[in-house]
Design a protein around this ligand. Structure first.
Ligand SMILES: [Zn+2]
Length: 159
């Protein structure tokens, strides 16, 4: 499998053209992680598309979503390494508050809840107290135990 990837990297442009139809590559939609990202974009974040042409982008004017190459083979390779006792550090991604887990983690949950609440008409003090309540609950949730620092960071930014 890895040899296949290497040969893909080192092959000549002519060979590349011939193999272009091969479905080695897929594309993943990655949205910006901050309070300006709209609910529609946040909900599609992480979606994998078979080709660039079927991704619904840009979704709106000033959309900051990007498509990044997504290789199933590399994910399989990571799994194989882990099963052989080689620890692969968890992937992270950029966000307004700094590095967050690749899947968005608790910060993405926060942004989604915020965007949904705003769409339903919440704003100002009402929105902030709603979000504070959510953050308080997430602090005690097992799935976010390793992200307490991120939760505190969001709380500090919530005026
Ligand atoms: Zn977008």
């Amino acid at each position: 499998m890895f040899n296949k990837l290497l040969s893909k990297i080192f092959q000549s442009p002519k060979e590349e053209e011939e193999e272009e139809e091969e479905d080695l590559l897929q594309f993943q939609l990655v949205s910006a992680m901050d309070e300006n990202t709209c609910l529609d974009c946040l909900e599609l974040d992480g979606t994998v598309y078979e080709s660039e042409t079927i991704a619904p982008m840009p979704m709106h004017q000033d959309c900051r979503c990007v498509l990044v190459p997504y290789m199933k083979e590399l994910i399989e390779l990571d799994k194989k390494a882990e099963s052989n006792g080689i620890h692969i550090p968890p992937s992270t991604r950029a966000s307004k508050i700094g590095p967050i887990p690749e899947n968005g983690g608790v910060y993405k949950f926060y942004l989604l809840e915020r965007a949904k609440a705003m769409r339903s008409g919440k704003d100002g003090k009402e929105l902030n107290s709603f979000l504070r309540g959510k953050l308080k609950n997430w602090k005690s949730e097992k799935r976010f135990q390793d992200q307490k620092k991120i939760i505190e960071n969001i709380e500090n930014n919530l005026k």
